[in-house]
Design a protein around this ligand. Structure first.
Ligand code: DX5
Ligand code: ZN
Length: 216
């Protein structure tokens, strides 16, 4: 019950963004997850700085920003302007990952590295000690509402083992296809933060759904 829930704004109603963010403020959500896509790293374009500005001024919860963009190092100083709590960059998008992680931390944000479904956990063996969080993708990034890839459970368990073995306090966040069933399995495997987009925002009572995810 100590886990965090981070609803993904991607599935919110963008005609009524303020209403949805105010619902998040009243809910038991710990963070707000924001998915930034560039149409190059992933086959979709979502939103960028203007929506981050809305989140910065409207959301009372810490911002959990997931970058699905190439060359994220180009924008670290821009992201710094939006009171971001944790900035996740993709392992697959960074040649000099260690340098970019350091830049994120120097800019005052928590640093997180995301692994696509095909990227094994052991790739993080020599960077994990620098990270505040690892984000395990349990779908291929780019779209909400996809089916959970069950192999992610093994990856979470393996990552947890690595973190405990090294005596670290790195959080494990999981993103994609999270619902009550997969959420429970992920927590049992060692996840600390559950991202949920469509399961929250497409439900009849999103606040209640967040509560249910919190009480898993
Ligand atoms: C997908 C995004 C997710 C997405 C999750 O690329 O990273 O955050 O919003 O959506 P659901 O929870 O519907 O799978
Ligand atoms: Zn995401």
């Amino acid at each position: 019950m100590n886990h965090k829930v981070s609803p993904s704004l991607l599935s919110a109603d963008f005609k009524n963004l303020q209403t949805d963010i105010e619902m998040i403020n009243r809910s038991e959500a710990d963070w707000l997850h924001l998915d930034i896509m560039d149409g190059v790293f992933v086959p979709n374009i979502s939103f960028g700085f203007p929506i981050l500005e809305v989140a910065k001024t409207t959301c009372l919860k810490p911002l959990d920003v997931h970058l699905m963009i190439v060359q994220p190092e180009k924008f670290i100083s821009r992201f710094k302007e939006y009171n971001i709590h944790t900035l996740s960059i993709h392992y697959e998008a960074c040649i000099h990952l260690h340098r970019v992680v350091e830049e994120i931390k120097e800019a005052g944000m928590n640093a997180s590295v995301t692994l696509n479904p095909h990227s094994p956990v052991h790739l993080l063996e020599d960077i994990i000690q620098e990270l505040d969080m690892v984000l395990i993708m349990s779908v291929n990034p780019g779209f909400g509402g996809q089916q959970f890839i069950t192999h992610s459970l093994e990856k979470v368990a393996e990552l947890k083992e690595m973190i405990l073995k090294k005596n670290l306090s790195t959080l494990i966040e999981v993103d994609g296809g999270v619902n009550m069933e997969t959420g429970k399995q992920l927590l049992d495997a060692g996840a600390d933060v559950l991202v949920a987009g469509s399961y929250v925002f497409k439900s009849p009572d999103p606040m209640k759904t967040i509560h249910q995810l919190k009480t898993l």
